[in-house]
Design a protein around this ligand. Structure first.
Ligand SMILES: Nc1ncnc2c1ncn2[C@@H]1O[C@H](COP(=O)(O)OP(=O)(O)OP(=O)(O)O)[C@@H](O)[C@H]1O
Ligand SMILES: [Mg+2]
Length: 173
């Protein structure tokens, strides 16, 4: 936002003392900044990934197919409100990414199931364990996101026992 304001100020300063090249450059930069602000707003809203159109099962199987290690997927065919499916999907993405990045795992199990009034998303790897959320990291952000949905995120990750990430997201019925 402040870069946009600075550029608008520059446009204003150019005023009548016009240098067409400078003017065009400033206008172009401003247009790009406006585009980036829009992109960021959309991202912050947690845009629904197009993969979710067909539901969590197909989206998770697609994730699994792209992973560099075997991922077993078990997913309910039930559909949930879009924000909830998006939140569940992000849990799976972060869990799987962490398993690939940090765990040295041989395989991962991804599951989404309805349990009573909650959707339970679980990502379990058989790697080194020892996952801990640190300030501003992926797991902290994920926990904030899950809590914002009225749910909770549990990390079970003893050294040498692999890591299991479990998110419970209330689905209201
Ligand atoms: N599945 C896992 N197996 C082993 N260690 C893990 C696992 N997941 C996370 N960790 C450890 O916990 C730390 C915190 O994970 P977190 O996802 O919060 O951050 P990150 O993956 O390092 O960064 P970011 O998610 O922001 O890209 C990691 O740096 C890693 O050391
Ligand atoms: Mg991470």
């Amino acid at each position: 936002m402040s870069i946009g304001l600075a550029l608008r100020h520059a446009q204003h300063l150019l005023g009548s003392d016009r240098d067409l090249d400078v003017e065009r450059t400033v206008d172009g930069a401003l247009a790009e900044v406006v585009g980036v602000i829009e992109d960021l707003r959309e991202l912050a809203r947690g845009v629904r990934p197009a993969l979710l159109d067909a539901g969590l099962g197909p989206a998770l199987r697609e994730l699994a197919a792209r992973a560099p290690l075997p991922v077993e997927v078990s997913a309910t065919t039930e559909r949930f409100p879009p924000e909830l499916e998006t939140a569940a999907y992000f849990v799976a993405c972060e869990g799987l990414t962490n398993a690939v990045k940090h765990a040295g795992a041989g395989q991962v199990r991804l599951s989404v199931a309805r349990q009573g009034a909650a959707v339970v998303v679980r990502v379990a790897d058989d790697g080194v364990g020892g996952a801990t959320p640190t300030n501003g990291s992926g797991l902290t952000g994920l926990s904030d996101r899950v809590v914002a949905h009225g749910g909770n995120l549990h990390i079970d990750s003893g050294a040498g026992r692999g890591t299991t990430l479990t998110a419970e997201l209330p689905c209201g019925s």
